[in-house]
Each structure stands twice: as structure tokens, then as C-alpha cells.
Design a binder for this molecule. Structure first.
Ligand code: GCU
Length: 128
């Protein structure tokens, strides 16, 4: 349980927009989080059972600096300041992964910008 792809346009967003002005995203658009600490995107990930999983985050970072984000699952930190290094351009997408723990039922996976630069652009997450 819990496996699947969750796209930008399915996210709940606090301080950000769904944009389309950089190529290479999947689906309808990507999440552009506000350049502010605390801007976030979250998804509901259903799981049939409590389980360990891998979380892949597809992102672009066209700057020269990391855009770190905290990752929480059901309000519990899975990563503090997880790195989203430069990808070489806003239309160049990469994936970064981390382990997460899911509970049975609906899980809330949230990524939150930890600096005033905000997060990277986010195309989708994959739980596997
Ligand atoms: C540029 C880019 C945006 C990106 C932003 C940022 O404005 O076009 O897609 O989100 O930089 O620095 O976060």
C-alpha cells in the first residue's frame, strides 16, 4: 500500500502556485513555492498497512545553491533540511529520495521550505 505518483496539481500548497513556465514537468504543472521560509506543499498518501517506503521527489533548482526542505509524514520529521541541490536550470529535473514510514490509512506527506529562498520547483512525488 501507499505506492503511487502524486503530482504537483494534487498538492495542497501554502504560499505558492502551480506554474507551467519551465519545460519538462509531468502532468498539468509544477509547484512553485514562495521564496519564504515555511512555504510548503503536501499530499495525502493512502496506505493499506503500516510500512516502510521510499519517497522520491522530482524537482528543479535553477539556482547555484541548495534549496533545503524539511520533510514530515503525519507531522513527524522524516528529514531536516533535506538537500535539493542545483539541477543546472529550471527546465532540468532531477530526483532526490529518502526513506519514510507510513501508517495504515491516510498519510500526510509535507515538504516545507527552511530558508527565505523557499524550495525548489516540485513536479511530483513518488512513493514506492
Ligand atoms: C525563478 C523561476 C521560478 C522559481 C524561482 C525561485 O523565478 O522562474 O520557477 O520558482 O526562480 O527562485 O524559486
Amino acid at each position: 500500500g501507499g505506492s503511487g505518483v502524486y503530482r504537483a496539481e494534487e498538492a495542497r500548497i501554502a504560499r505558492g502556485t502551480i506554474d507551467t513556465n519551465h519545460a519538462g514537468f509531468s502532468g498539468i504543472g509544477f509547484v512553485n513555492l514562495a521564496r519564504a521560509e515555511g512555504s510548503y506543499a503536501e499530499w495525502t498518501v493512502p496506505s493499506g498497512a503500516a510500512s516502510a517506503a521510499a519517497l522520491d521527489l522530482a524537482y528543479a533548482n535553477g539556482t547555484g545553491a541548495d534549496r533545503p526542505m524539511d520533510v514530515t509524514v503525519n507531522g513527524v520529521l522524516a528529514a531536516v533540511g533535506h538537500a535539493f541541490p542545483p539541477t543546472g536550470g529550471w527546465d532540468t529535473w532531477s530526483t532526490t529520495s529518502l526513506p519514510i514510514s507510513l501508517k495504515a490509512g491516510a498519510n500526510t506527506v509535507r515538504v516545507t521550505s527552511t530558508t527565505a529562498d523557499g524550495g525548489p520547483n516540485l513536479d511530483r512525488i513518488t512513493v514506492r
